[in-house]
Design a protein around this ligand. Structure first.
Ligand code: 1QQ
Length: 408
C-alpha cells in the first residue's frame, strides 16, 4: 500500500507541465505542442493556450475576427520570447455557433490538448453552457466577447476581457441623442433565443427610460430569422425616431436592411452582435449610419496598441475591429500571467493542475497594458476598463465597402 502510494506520488511529481505528454492517458492523443518556428523564444515544448471560438456557422461572422487577433498575439509574444523563453502555442478549436459546439471544444482543449487556459467562447449563450465545465475542471477561462450579465459569476475560474453590456451599450444611446437631440420615441428589437441579446436589451431599455425617452414597443425575433416584416411593420406603425437592435450579425444586419427597405429613416443603434464589418455584406448600403458602441479604438495611443494595429493592418489592409483586439488581449493576459507565475515557480516544475490554479490566481491579481487600454480584474473576474467609444458605419456608394468611423 505504502509502495503503491509512493509510486503514485512519484508519478504526480514527474507529471509536470513539461512532461504532460508522457502522463496523458494512452487513449488521449498527445498534444502537438511543438515549438513555435523562428521566434525569440527557446525551443522547449511550447505552452498550449486554448482558443475556442466560432469558425463555422453564422457566428463565424464574429468568431473569424477573434482567430485573427489571437494569432497576431501568438506571433507577437513569441517574438518577445514567449513566457520567459518558452514559446506559447495556440490550440484552436471551432465552437461553431451553439452551446454543444462550445462544450465539445472546451472538453477537447481541457482533456486532450491539456491547455493551461482557454480564450473563448464567442457567445455568452455558449459561455453559460461551456464555462461551468472549465470551472469544474479548474481551467482558467478568459472570455473575449461574452458581455451578458452574469458571465464572471459563472465560477472562480471565469473572467472576461470583454466589458459588459451594462457599461458599453448606454454610450450608443447617449451618442444618438447628441447626434439628434429631438429623439423622443424609441422602438427596441431583440433576439429572444440569445443570452447576450436578452441582457443587452435590458440595458438598452433601462437607458431609454433613464434618458426620459418613450419606449414605444419591444419586438422579439430569433437569431435564425431572415424575415422581419411583421416586427418591422409593427414598430414602424408607431413612428419611432430611434430603433435599437440587439441580435447577432446575420439577423441584425438583415433587420437593418428590411427596416430601411420599408422606409425607416431615423437613427439605428446596433448592439455588440452587429459590431463587425462582416455585417456590410448583409445590409450593404443600408448599413450606413448604424451606431455601435465600442470597447476598443484603433486610435488608442499606446505602444502595445500600435504594435497590434500595425500587425493587423499589414495583414488585413484595414483597421482592427474590437473582437480582434479583445482576442489579442485574452492571449496577452495569459502570457503576462504565465510569465509572473514562472518567475515565482518555474512552469516546468509544476503539474498541470497546480499550474492552472496558480495561473488563475495570477490573472486576477495582475494589471495589464493592452490594446483596450489598462485593464485589471475584480476578484470575481469582471474586467476593469475605463475607455469606451461609439462608432458609426459609413458605407461607400458601391454598398460593399465601408468602415467604422469613430465619433469620440
Ligand atoms: C455576447 C456578445 C456577442 C455579440 C459577441 C460576439 O457580446 O454573446 O456576449
Amino acid at each position: 500500500m505504502l509502495k503503491k502510494r509512493s509510486v503514485t506520488q512519484f508519478l504526480i511529481s514527474v507529471c509536470t507541465f513539461a512532461l504532460v505528454a508522457a502522463c496523458t492517458q494512452s487513449n488521449n492523443p498527445v498534444p502537438s505542442s511543438s515549438p513555435a518556428a523562428s521566434t525569440g523564444a527557446s525551443s522547449t515544448a511550447a505552452i498550449p493556450i486554448g482558443i475556442a471560438v466560432a469558425q463555422t456557422s453564422n457566428v463565424a461572422l464574429l468568431g473569424q475576427e477573434q482567430v485573427i487577433g489571437a494569432k497576431i498575439a501568438e506571433t507577437f509574444f513569441n517574438q518577445q520570447g514567449g513566457v520567459n523563453g518558452t514559446p506559447i502555442k495556440l490550440m484552436i478549436q471551432d465552437t461553431a455557433g451553439d452551446e454543444q459546439g462550445a462544450i465539445n471544444a472546451f472538453n477537447t482543449l481541457i482533456t486532450q490538448d491539456q491547455v493551461v487556459g482557454i480564450v473563448g467562447p464567442t457567445l455568452s449563450q455558449q459561455a453559460f453552457g461551456a464555462d461551468p465545465i472549465a470551472d469544474r475542471a479548474k481551467v482558467p477561462v478568459l472570455a473575449p466577447s461574452n458581455t451578458a450579465k452574469g458571465v464572471p459569476q459563472i465560477g472562480d475560474y471565469i473572467a472576461r476581457v470583454s466589458a459588459p453590456v451594462a457599461v458599453v451599450a448606454p454610450n450608443a444611446v447617449k451618442t444618438a441623442l447628441k447626434l439628434d437631440p429631438k429623439i423622443k420615441n424609441v422602438a427596441v428589437f431583440f433576439a429572444q433565443n440569445d443570452a447576450f441579446s436578452k441582457s443587452e436589451t435590458e440595458t438598452f431599455q433601462q437607458t431609454v427610460k433613464d434618458q426620459n425617452l418613450n419606449l414605444l414597443t419591444v419586438q422579439k425575433f430569433q437569431t435564425t430569422d431572415t424575415d422581419f416584416q411583421t416586427q418591422a411593420t409593427n414598430a414602424m406603425n408607431l413612428k419611432p425616431d430611434l430603433i435599437i437592435i440587439s441580435g447577432l450579425a446575420a439577423d441584425g444586419g438583415n433587420l437593418v436592411k428590411q427596416l430601411r427597405e420599408l422606409g425607416y429613416k431615423g437613427l439605428i443603434i446596433g448592439g455588440n452582435g452587429l459590431n463587425t464589418s462582416n455585417v456590410f455584406s448583409v445590409c450593404k448600403q443600408q448599413c450606413d449610419g448604424v451606431l455601435i458602441a465600442q470597447a476598443y479604438s484603433p486610435e488608442l495611443p499606446s505602444a502595445i496598441n500600435k504594435a497590434f494595429r500595425d500587425a493587423y493592418k499589414a495583414q488585413n489592409k484595414k483597421e482592427p475591429p474590437q473582437f480582434s483586439a479583445q482576442a489579442f488581449t485574452g492571449v496577452q493576459v495569459f502570457v503576462e500571467a504565465l510569465r509572473a507565475v514562472d518567475r515565482q515557480t518555474k512552469l516546468n516544475t509544476l503539474a498541470i493542475a497546480p499550474l492552472r490554479t496558480a495561473l488563475n490566481q495570477q490573472i486576477l491579481a495582475g494589471s495589464y497594458d493592452t490594446p483596450l487600454g489598462a485593464i485589471s480584474f475584480t476578484p470575481e473576474g469582471e474586467v476593469n476598463q475605463t475607455q469606451f467609444y461609439v462608432a458609426q458605419i459609413k458605407m461607400e456608394q458601391d454598398g460593399s465597402n465601408g468602415k467604422f468611423e469613430f465619433l469620440n
